[in-house]
Design a protein. Structure first.
Length: 73
């Protein structure tokens, strides 16, 4: 199966707001909604494509690898 990646320019705040809106529509409980949002953000930030892009940004800036800032699941 071929995955198609599409770049979306947004801020972290806009991403969290959009995820929160969707989670509150799906969940009947506020606590469950926040858990769903945190799981979605974790999946986004621990995704390999994100890691590759982050490494490229650090490399282009002449900085050390970002790996020490990323938590392994």
């Amino acid at each position: 199966m071929k995955l198609i990646a599409e770049r979306v320019d947004t801020t972290l705040g806009e991403l969290i707001a959009a995820l929160s809106d969707a989670a509150f529509e799906l969940c009947g409980d506020e606590k469950e909604a926040y858990i769903l949002v945190s799981l979605a953000l974790e999946d986004i930030f621990l995704n390999d494509a994100f890691r590759r892009a982050l490494r490229a940004l650090f490399s282009a800036a002449g900085k050390q690898s970002p790996e020490r800032y990323l938590v392994r699941a």
